[in-house]
Design a protein around this ligand. Structure first.
Ligand code: FO1
Length: 321
């Protein structure tokens, strides 16, 4: 396999690292997993939450279930063919049930919590869970340390899942902080995955609350800025709106242009190529003016075949396929 000492050999399977949040990142990671042998996914953990005493890592689980082929296709998160008996029992016991935890999903949280209580780091627990589900890609949390996204809104300060799920991301976002980020260290393997890759992909995940925390882990932004890998991003904003979730509202609320150009400005200096949708073709020239090459294609992934199609186009744009 190629590494930072070698240039990628055309025709050989490249070493690819993806920075990802939840559903969008998971879909692209699945497409890439169908194209390359050596795939590492570095996942946001700043929206992790503790409920009923259980350690829940929604983005890690979304990527893990998607790569294992057991994600709920209707939502993108959670497990296919779920039942919700335990949640119903929680409700009868008077517990809040705004976070929809299925019975099968609960098994993951019970095991994760047990292993963490034994003192094992999240990265090791994640590797164990992913291996048990047959995931071949290397799945890494951005850090083993606790980091929590705090959302400032006119209604007050909210934890991320309280903002996102309980209040359906309807509050205006006036500020974001990542509690614990200054003391966080990249999980084992994260910096090497950036340094040794042929291609680093920034998934079409929310730049503020999905990719943002990953880049904010001390050392990660510098590793991405300094890697010899070709760095390819996919805009999560298409035709002035978010593919999913509150990315458009956040760009607007935090004073940025709500477009792929706004995304390009956020990632300036960290990307060699930005993939934008055909509907945004007219933004190619201003993005190129920022020193970022542009791939114009159908950037919205439909089904699993389409995830592979987009992944392959990204690898070609990176000169690695
Ligand atoms: N997202 C929702 O919108 N509503 C839910 O009830 C919900 C439950 C849930 C349970 C487990 C899990 O792994 C993810 C879950 N998500 C839910 C998704 C998650 O909150 C967000 O997609 C991410 O945190 C943002 O990337």
């Amino acid at each position: 396999m190629t590494g930072s000492q070698d240039q990628h050999v055309p025709g050989a399977s490249p070493t690819v690292t993806v920075l990802a949040g939840g559903v969008g990142g998971a879909k692209l990671a699945q497409g890439l997993a169908r194209c390359v042998e050596d795939l590492t996914v570095v996942v946001n953990t700043a929206d992790d939450v503790e409920l009923y005493g259980l350690a829940i890592s929604p983005d890690l689980d979304t990527v893990m279930y998607t790569l294992a082929g057991v994600a709920n296709p209707a939502t993108g998160w959670g497990v296919i063919d779920e039942t919700y008996e335990a949640l119903g029992a929680m409700q009868r016991l008077g517990e809040p049930t705004w976070f929809t935890l299925g019975d099968r999903d609960l098994a993951t949280h019970v095991l994760r919590t047990d292993r963490l209580r034994q003192g094992r780091p999240l990265s090791a627990v994640t590797a164990e869970l992913a291996a048990a589900l047959g995931v071949r890609a290397r799945l890494l949390p951005m850090t083993d340390d606790r980091v929590a996204t705090i959302v400032e809104t006119p209604a007050g300060t909210l934890g991320f899942q309280e903002y996102f799920v309980a209040r359906r991301h309807q509050d205006e976002v006036v500020g974001l902080t990542f509690d614990g980020i200054d003391a966080a260290r990249p999980a084992p393997g994260v910096l090497a995955a950036l340094a040794d890759a042929d291609v680093v992909v920034l998934a079409p995940s929310n730049p503020f609350v999905s990719i943002g925390p990953v880049l904010a882990v001390p050392g990660v932004r510098a590793a991405l800025a300094g890697t010899r890998a070709r760095r390819v991003g996919v805009s999560p904003i298409v035709a002035g709106d978010a593919l999913k979730g509150p990315a458009a509202d956040m760009l607007r609320g935090l004073g940025h242009e709500v477009s792929a150009l706004g995304v390009a400005r956020l990632y300036q200096g960290l990307l060699d190529v930005l993939c934008i949708d055909e509907q945004d073709r007219e933004l190619a020239a201003p993005i190129e003016d920022l020193g970022i090459e542009v791939l114009v294609t159908q950037a919205v992934m439909q089904g699993p075949e389409d995830r592979e199609r987009l992944a392959r186009e990204l690898l070609v744009a990176a000169g690695a396929a």
